[in-house]
Design a protein around this ligand. Sequence first.
Ligand code: NAP
Length: 266
Amino acid sequence: MEITGKTAIMFVIADPIDHVLGTAALNTHFRRCGQDVAAAPLHVRPGDLEATLDVVRRLQNVIGLGVTIPHKIAIVPMLDHVTQNARLVGAVNFVRRDPDGRLIGDNVDGEGFIAGLSVHGVTVSDTTVLQVGAGGAGRAIAFAVASSGAKKLNIVNRTKTKAEELARAVQEAYPDCAVTAQIPDLGGVDLVINATSVGMKASDPLPLDLAGLRPAAAVAEVIMRPETTAMLRQAAERGCVTVPGRAMLDHQIALAAAFVTVNRMT
Ligand code: NAP
C-alpha cells in the first residue's frame, strides 16, 4: 500500500494499543476495494480522549476513527452526533469525520457479531441465548440478538447491576424477546456468548462453566486473541459449534468501512 498526500487516514484509538487487530483488517479491506485509505493505531489515554477528538475535528485528511477499549462508552457524549443504534447501545465503535469536521458515531459490533454467527451456520431467530458480559461489546450484542428474533435472552455479568440495566433496556426496545439478568438452566440454552474480556490471558478462569450445555448448542466468543480460548476449547470438546471472535471483527470491517467512507463515495 502506497500512502501519498491523497490518501485518506483512519485511526484506531485504544489504551492499551498492542492488542488492536482492526487496523490490519481495515487496510486489507481498503486495499481489496481499491480505496485510497490507510488505517493506523493511535494510543490514546482516557484523559486525553476529548483533546484527541478536538484535534481530529481539525485534521482535514482524517475520515474516521475505530474506537475500542476503553473508549467506546466514554466517547458517546463527546461526539457531535450518534446514530440511533449507537445511542440505543450506549457505545460507539466507529466514528466518521464529516468534511465540516463534525464527528458522527455508530456501532457495528452487534451487526458484525450476528453476521459472523451466520457464516458458521448459527442463527439467533427463535433461540434461547445466554450472554456473559455487559460492557461495550456486550451491550451491542444484546440489542442485536434481540433484534435478530431471539426468543429468550439471559444476560449475566460480574457487576450484576450492569446486566440488570442492560436487560431492562433491551426488553424495552424489543418487547417480543424475554430478557432477564438470571442464569438459566444451561440444558435449555441454544447459544452461549462470551462478551467479556475474560479468556484473553492464559491465567484467566472460564467466563462460564459449560457443564450441562447440549452438544447441539453453539458457543461464540468476542475475544480474538487467543483465537481459540479455553471456553471455545471446552465447547468443542462437548461437540458444540464454536464461533471465534475473529468472525465478528471480519464482518464489522465492511460495515465500518462503508460508514466512514460514505462522503467519498457520493
Ligand atoms: P468493556 O466495555 O471493558 O467490558 C468488559 C466486560 O468484561 C464487562 O462485562 C466486564 O464486567 C467483563 N470483565 C472484565 N474483567 C472481568 C473479570 N475479571 N471477571 C469477570 N468479568 C470481567 O470491554 P468491551 O469493549 O466490551 O470488550 C470486551 C471484549 O470483547 C474484549 O476482549 C475485546 O477485545 C472484545 N471485542 C471483540 C470484538 C470483535 O470484533 N471480535 C469487538 C469488540 C470487542 P464488569 O462490567 O463487571 O466490569
